[in-house]
Write a protein that binds this ligand. Sequence first.
Ligand SMILES: [Zn+2]
Length: 335
Amino acid sequence: METVKEYDLKKALHSLEHSDEKELSREIKCNKCAATFTMTPYSFTGNCPYCRTPVITNFVKEITPKSLLPFQLSQKEAQALFKKWIGSLWFAPSKLKKFFESNEELKGYYLPYWTYDANTNTHYQGQRGDTYYVSVERIVMVNGKDTRQRVQEPRIRWTPVSGQVNNSFDDITIGASKTISYAILDSLSPWHTEVLIPFNEKYLAGFNSEEYTLGLDNGFELAKVKMNTVIRQDIRRDIGGDQQQISTLKTQYHNTSYKNVLFPIWTAKFTWKKKTYNYAINGQTGKVMGERPYSWLKIATIVGTLSGGAGGAYYVNEHPEILDSSKKVIMEITP
Ligand SMILES: [Zn+2]
């Protein structure tokens, strides 16, 4: 039986340095209706725009997908999840109907992702903060008189520390398509990569499939950012104490490997008050992620609830984006 393999990252990066990839626009002739049409350079499956017959082209990129996750969610099921998501937001029922008329039909995509594995070894230097209390004298007003009082005040004692942590990462996923924004693509995780199956084009019929447009090297840089978040948490645990500061850290990556995979995604746009918002649904888990407009009424309610005026002002200061009603914010509702 064919299995899903990992590929050596260093070797691949070295070989990519010596290759020149050309992005050719692909002229396709439909087998069924003989119409010719073009596909974007990075698409390798799609449908004939005239008769909807599925088409598949050759790969252009040096690295081709070797495994995929099949769709677990039909278009109808995805549509129902989206309806639930948008309905759980803020629209009044009468507006909802009108809104659905402006909602594009969901399109199914197999989009490229990189997965990365690595063992890391990180040396760090920093400071450990331990809280202790000192007794201080204060003058406080008691019954209209200045009175001396002893109070306990917290202080932090900082001690320089250094050490190392080791981590092991398996299948960090990085979206490698520009069809939907990186933020949405990334927020569709987690993907259950333990059920990846070897690449087989029979799964792709009727869907749009793409090759990567974010390179293996750039993908690894983004994976390092994700690994770094975990490494920093680990360092804080290693330092211990009540507070931690990390001043330097140096990470070495060992046994790095990658896979080029295709993940199933439903995506579309909707229009609300003349603005367009993108959303996407994880075709494996049903997680819905999308840009959503903010409702001023809802903001007023949130701000009002946050302990009156002062809290509201604080909330707006901390979240200045809510003052800009045109701003799109990515929100999740788990089905
Ligand atoms: Zn055709």
